[in-house]
Design a protein around this ligand. Structure first.
Ligand SMILES: [Zn+2]
Length: 275
């Protein structure tokens, strides 16, 4: 699933083009993709977006009259693309929006399962829809992270991925961040000392910024990740082969030398006990 760096790179790419022209036609949308029916999509027509915004892993597009917000959640396989006038696009996208002059914004989704969603909301509804999300991971800082860790008995990998606590990090960037911070994915948040909290806060920013920069240059997963999905490849710090362990529904990648003092993590599936 695209996470904060990927979504932020897309947001920056879309910010200018989406406000260049008023909307000529909104829709059609796949029945499983469009999550709202009132206001209807046609309410967008004739209005102009104020730009592209991001909250956690979601993108949203407020209209410049302050009346409506188009919210998009791409989930795992959704992709949002801006097509210039005359540029060829997919035949049957999950959602299509046409601007005056012929440019288009299209949402496609690989595979047969339709999980990505589009919502047309009032600003109040959009706020309510996003209210459950924690503070954005990028720029969170050691003070806020310290407060979060102090009240959380959970393991770091699971904590970092919980959008209600910290928004924007998923399993791939949790792997990258914890490796950079030299912390075990199984370490309990509450047990971190101030120096470790500081290091984790720095690693969140350093790694998300690194990802954002690479994604803005169009780097693929293979080039972007250094730990995630790199089983048996040498750790970029110490050369030890990257290891893997299953935890909850996720697969964690880590360096046993840099992160767990040489210990190999066992699949303990403690999530139920820790809730
Ligand atoms: Zn290492």
């Amino acid at each position: 699933m695209p996470e904060l760096p990927e979504m932020e790179a897309w947001r920056r790419q879309l910010d200018e083009p989406v406000r260049a022209f008023p909307i000529a036609k909104a829709g059609p949308a796949h029945v499983a993709t469009l999550k709202t029916f009132d206001p209807p999509l046609s309410a967008l027509e004739g209005r102009r977006f104020e730009g592209a915004r991001r909250r956690a892993k979601r993108l949203y597009f407020p209209t410049d009259d302050g009346e409506l917000v188009l919210l998009v959640h791409l989930m795992t396989a959704g992709r949002l693309k801006y097509l210039r006038a005359g540029e060829k696009g997919p035949k049957a996208p999950a959602f299509r929006l046409e601007f005056e002059g012929g440019a288009q914004l299209v949402l496609t989704e690989a595979g047969s399962k339709k999980r990505a969603g589009v919502w047309l909301l009032t600003p109040e509804q959009a706020e309510a829809e996003l209210a459950h999300l924690g503070p954005d991971a990028l720029g969170l800082g050691a003070d806020a992270l310290g407060e979060i860790c102090a009240r959380e008995p959970r393991r770091l990998h699971s904590l970092l991925r919980d959008q209600r606590v910290i928004a924007g990090i998923g399993r791939a960037w949790a792997n990258e961040i914890l490796h950079h911070a030299r912390l075990s994915p199984y370490a309990l948040a509450r047990d971190l000392n101030p120096e470790q909290v500081e290091r984790l806060a720095q690693s969140i920013d350093v790694e998300l910024e690194r990802g954002l920069e690479l994604r803005e240059r169009g780097a693929n997963d293979k080039r972007t990740y250094r730990v995630h999905d790199k089983l048996h490849e040498p750790c970029y710090v110490c050369g030890t082969p990257i290891a893997r362990v299953d935890f909850e529904e996720h697969t964690i990648y880590y360096c046993p030398e840099c992160q767990t003092g040489g210990r190999v993590l066992k699949d303990r599936r403690l999530s139920r006990l820790l809730r």
